[in-house]
Design a protein around this ligand. Structure first.
Ligand code: SF4
Ligand code: MG
Length: 321
C-alpha cells in the first residue's frame, strides 16, 4: 500500500546573470499506482522544470536545491549518478515535449529502441531485447513491423506512440509525458491519450501528463495539479476541480474554458504571468487575483491539505486544514 510516488518539498533555482529565479518552490504531491495526474499551468509556470527535476536532468545554471522524489520506496535524489541512470526508464520514464521529432531520421526505429534499453539489460540477449521492443510496439497499437521502419515513414501519431513504447520498455513505476499531444490533430490526440491510458493500465504505472488542454486532459486523468510561478497551487480530483475549484487561479482557468466538460481549450486568463526573476511579494498571484486580500501582498501562503485530501496554497483557506 501507500503511494508509489512521493515528491516532497522539491526546489529548483536558476542562477542567471540577471539574478536568481526560483523555478520550483516547495513542490509536494503523491501518486498511487495506476493513478493519472494532469499538470496544468501557463508556460513558464514550472511544469517541465518539475519533470526535469524528478528525472534529475536539470542543467546548469539550474540547480536542485532540496527535496526528495521517492519512487517505490527509494529517494532518487540520493542515488549516485550510475544508479540514477539505471532508475531512468526502469523506475521513472520521461517522454519529453517534442520527443517524436527527436527520433533519429537515419536509424531504424528498432535500433533506437534497443539503444534506449540495452545498457539496462546487460544479461538479456539481442533476440530477447528485440522481442521486448516488438511487444512494446504492439502494446501501443503499432504493428511490430514498425521495428524495421524509419521515422519519416511514420505519421505524427505513430511517432508519438513509438516514444511511448520506449517509455514503457522497462515497466516503470512512474511515466511522465510532457505535452504528449501537442502538434497532433484532434483525432490523433485522442488516440494517443487512449494509448497512454491502455499502457498505463497494463503496467499499473502512475502517470503524469503535462499539458495545456484542460478539457482533453480531464477525460483521461484522475487528478489535476495546477502550477503557478513555480508553485503547486492546487491538487484536486478532476470532478472537484471542475465543479468546485478552490484556488482563485484554478477558478480562472476553469471559467476560461469555452465549455465545461468535453472540448475546452485553455484560453488563458487576464494579466501576464510573472517573471520568475521578479516575483510579486506575498502570494505571487496577487496582482491577478480577483479575491486578493490586503495580507496577500505581503504574506506568502503555505500549502495546506484540506479535509478530503485536496491541496491548496492560498490564504482564503487558512485555518481550514
Ligand atoms: Fe488570491 Fe490571496 Fe489566495 Fe493569492 S493567497 S490566490 S492573492 S486570495
Ligand atoms: Mg513546458
Amino acid at each position: 500500500g501507500g503511494p508509489i510516488l512521493r515528491v516532497n518539498n522539491l526546489e529548483v533555482t536558476y542562477y542567471t546573470d540577471s539574478g536568481r529565479a526560483k523555478a520550483l518552490d516547495d513542490v509536494s504531491f503523491t501518486l498511487n499506482s495506476g493513478e493519472k495526474l494532469g499538470m496544468v499551468g501557463e508556460s513558464g509556470s514550472g511544469k517541465s522544470t518539475l519533470a526535469l527535476a524528478m528525472m534529475r536532468m536539470i542543467k546548469a545554471p539550474g540547480r536542485i536545491e532540496g527535496g526528495s522524489v521517492v519512487v517505490g520506496g527509494g529517494d532518487l535524489m540520493t542515488l549516485d549518478a550510475e544508479s540514477m541512470r539505471k532508475a531512468r526508464l526502469s523506475r521513472i520514464a520521461y517522454i519529453p515535449q517534442g520527443a517524436m521529432n527527436s527520433l533519429n531520421p537515419v536509424t531504424r526505429i528498432g535500433a533506437q529502441m534497443v539503444d534506449a534499453v540495452k545498457s539496462h539489460l546487460p544479461r538479456e540477449g539481442r533476440a530477447a531485447i528485440e522481442a521486448r521492443c516488438k511487444r512494446a510496439l504492439q502494446s501501443v497499437d503499432l504493428d511490430p513491423g514498425v521495428y524495421r521502419m524509419y521515422a519519416h515513414e511514420l505519421s505524427g501519431g505513430m511517432k508519438q506512440r513509438v516514444c511511448i513504447a520506449i517509455g514503457i520498455l522497462l515497466d516503470p513505476h512512474v511515466i511522465i509525458a510532457d505535452e504528449p499531444t501537442s502538434a497532433l490533430d484532434v483525432v490523433t490526440q485522442r488516440q494517443v491519450m487512449e494509448t497512454i491510458d491502455n499502457v498505463q493500465k497494463a503496467i499499473n504505472a502512475a502517470v503524469i501528463l503535462i499539458g495545456h488542454d484542460m478539457g482533453l486532459m480531464a477525460q483521461f486523468v484522475d487528478k489535476v495539479a495546477v502550477m503557478y510561478a513555480g508553485r503547486l497551487v492546487e491538487v484536486s480530483t478532476v470532478r472537484e476541480m471542475f465543479t468546485d475549484p478552490k484556488h482563485p487561479y484554478s477558478q480562472a482557468l476553469i471559467s476560461s474554458l469555452p465549455s465545461l466538460g468535453n472540448k475546452g481549450v485553455f484560453q488563458g486568463i487576464p494579466g501576464l504571468a510573472p517573471s520568475l526573476l521578479r516575483l510579486p511579494s506575498g502570494c505571487a498571484f496577487h496582482p491577478r487575483c480577483a479575491s486578493a486580500m490586503p495580507h496577500c501582498t505581503t504574506i506568502r501562503p503555505e500549502p495546506q491539505v484540506l479535509p478530503g485530501g485536496r491541496r491548496v496554497t492560498c490564504h482564503l483557506y487558512d485555518g481550514e486544514a
